[in-house]
Design a protein around this ligand. Structure first.
Ligand SMILES: [Mg+2]
Length: 262
């Protein structure tokens, strides 16, 4: 693990919870800088942009970061759509700000079940209505176009527990239409590929660190790099006995990980 230079971190449940940074996170980021490594933050939260995250890391955590360090599922989706669907009509189920971001990048987006749609994209949508669900079902059941979604996370942590995330919304749509989306955020290997190409480090020098087996650890495995689970979020030690997503390393907290590295 001491040869690791490129660290791909999940944020929530791994380095922090809400606005509280876990003990050891700042130390770990300082260690990475000291050894000439690079940290990326790979998050399936599609509601915040890279600029929002730089601000949050400064205000809440007192950490200096740059926009390019944040690889969000929203950003992965935007990159994918720009590459494959520029000039083609895309049906989107998502928040007004997500739709606006796609349009600002020159994509042709509709929220209506109309003619000429080339693909369907679902995102985490805190403004979800039954009317929107009817429209996406209509498009999926009356056309045969690819169906994509930002992230498969079933639940999103909140102060009292959890609320439905993109995966849970998609599960409702899949149950109804029989169509399953291809997810563009974690655990897609493209997330790892992008960080490798942006940083120039090798697979052997890379470590994915996260708290969720089916997104974080699966992402590292799909990308062919080593993985480390921390038990400060969703995964529990007993989950490792019955999962296809086996991490290479496991620690209770990020503090334990930094102690091991030092
Ligand atoms: Mg997490």
């Amino acid at each position: 693990m001491k040869h690791k230079k490129l660290f791909l971190f999940d944020i929530d449940g791994t380095l922090a919870v809400g606005d509280t940074l876990y003990p050891g996170s700042a130390e770990l980021l300082a260690y990475i800088e000291r050894i000439g490594g690079k940290a990326y933050f790979i998050t399936n939260n599609s509601t915040k942009s890279g600029a929002d995250y730089v601000q949050k890391f400064q205000d809440a955590f007192h950490l200096k970061t740059t926009e390019d360090q944040f690889v969000t599922s929203g950003y992965m989706t935007l990159r994918f759509l720009k590459e494959h669907y520029m000039g083609r009509k895309i049906f989107v189920l998502g928040t007004a700000s997500f739709v606006c971001e796609l349009r600002k990048n020159g994509l042709t987006v509709t929220e209506d079940a109309e003619d000429g749609i080339q693909c369907v994209v679902a995102a985490y949508d805190s403004e979800l209505t039954y009317e929107k669900l009817i429209r996406i079902c209509k498009v999926l059941l009356t056309t045969d176009v690819p169906f994509y979604a930002t992230n498969p996370d079933l639940r999103c942590p909140i102060d009292f527990g959890f609320i439905p995330d993109c995966g849970a919304i998609c599960s409702m749509i899949t149950q109804t239409t029989g169509k399953e989306p291809v997810y563009l955020g974690k655990p897609s290997k493209e997330v790892v590929e992008l960080c490798l190409s942006l940083s120039g480090f090798s697979r052997e020098e890379t470590l994915v660190v996260g708290d969720r087996l089916y997104t974080d650890i699966a992402c590292g495995i799909n990308g062919g790099v080593d993985t480390c689970v921390l038990f400060t979020g969703e995964a529990r030690p007993e989950d490792l006995t019955d999962t296809p997503y086996q991490p290479d390393y496991a620690f209770d907290t990020v503090k334990d990980l930094v102690d091991a590295l030092l």
